[in-house]
Ligand binder design. Sequence first.
Ligand code: ZN
Length: 503
Amino acid sequence: MTDPPALAALRERLAVLDGLHGALRLLSWDQSTFMPAGGAAARGEQAAAVERVAHEKLTDPEIARLAGELAPWADGQDPDGDEARLLATVRRDHEKAVRVPAALAADMARASALGQQAWLEAKEAGDFARFRGALERHVELAHRYAACFPEAAHPYDAMLDNYEPGLTVAELRPLLGNLAARLAPLVAATADGPDPGPLAEPVDVDVQRAALLAVLTQMGWDDANWRLDPSPHPFCSSPGIGDYRLTTRYSRQDFDFAFYSTLHEYGHGLYEAGIAPALAGTPLHSAVGLGVHESQSRLWENVVGRGRPFLRWLLPRLRELGIPLAAAGVETAYRDVNAVRPSLIRVDADETTYNLHIVVRFEVELALLEGKLAAAEVPGAFDAGMSRLLGVEPPGVAEGALQDIHWGLGALGYFPTYTLGNLMAAQIWESARAGLPGLDEDLEAGRFGSLREWLRETVHRHGRKFPPRELLRRVTGGELSSEPFLAYLEDKLADAGVMPAKA
Ligand code: ZN
């Protein structure tokens, strides 16, 4: 059976759009790695130009016309097939883009660039007043954006949908509330444990990089498709198929950071690399949401990387690779890398306290959008949240409300996806264990192919074909829940001797 001509015409347009998005990712990767600082203004103009063309292509009425013409044909196709799902996704993307006036989209892009600069200056000066105006502008724009989607029950929902399609405040509020309530006693129970040590002693950056690449190679990395470069903030980007770029930050003193951040980004990269080639050139050849994306990075970084079977394989291997280990043995290392220590900075937080940072952010964002909090009151509200949930008090705004770039960019609604990733990782892990009975033995022997291929088959290959919640249901048979994460954490903290075992 041949495809209708309208499908070929639609695919042609989608391939152009896909190419533009890849070009944008490459411009951004270059800016964050090798571009001299002086190129920033020109790069901003280049990105805006490509962005504008992409927006025009997506909102072109011809997209809607072709999708409409194909609707009767699609009704006769398998509802779970690539074509039916592609058409549904194209319609959704098009309709969403059309509802946001071009002027508003431009205002938001400009506010994001200006806000990033204001955030940087305010953070460096330790002076929130320099950022207040930018944050007020972001909140105002968020309301204007939400007004484009009047069916949303909460203005936050419209923003959230850009990062985690389909998720709402009504679901998120009880989920995070329950999580915070259950994490508090875990943090209290581990407060008096011994001070954790690092995995490795200080070691030359060249030795670190070689060791990282050797470990990654065992995990499936190859030089033909992957790169690892230095950057101030680790990230992963894939400009196109066969091109997966990770970055990390090295310091002689801190092998642990480079190691675990690289494992994290590798998890993101495997997701991108695992999307089915059959979806190439369409909007389905993309991650389905930031929650699922983060579940893949967290799974390799924390669930695998801080687990006993992996450490049993890793430690002797690191020693062979010239990394001077600090931990006396596997059990010490296992305890150290899972230690719980409430701390000021989210990106440095351990697995247990991490989500409490997110709850603080979520509470402040909601209060801002609901008009219960003025921008000027944000540092105080942030500090109060940190004190209440983590028992730490930021010494200034640079370590407090301004520590992260997200609010500078105007990315309200982004933070919760980090926690979603942690929760989904635990849920997906339960399914992986059930599907791979020899998983622990594989990890202990340095055989990573079984888990990698299981993830590719169940999660990665679908790209955006199934919405996040549907994907999670297909993989785990269940709904989004914090219970598997809490059970996993309680078990591990007891098992590692970080917390007394339950009677
Ligand atoms: Zn991540």
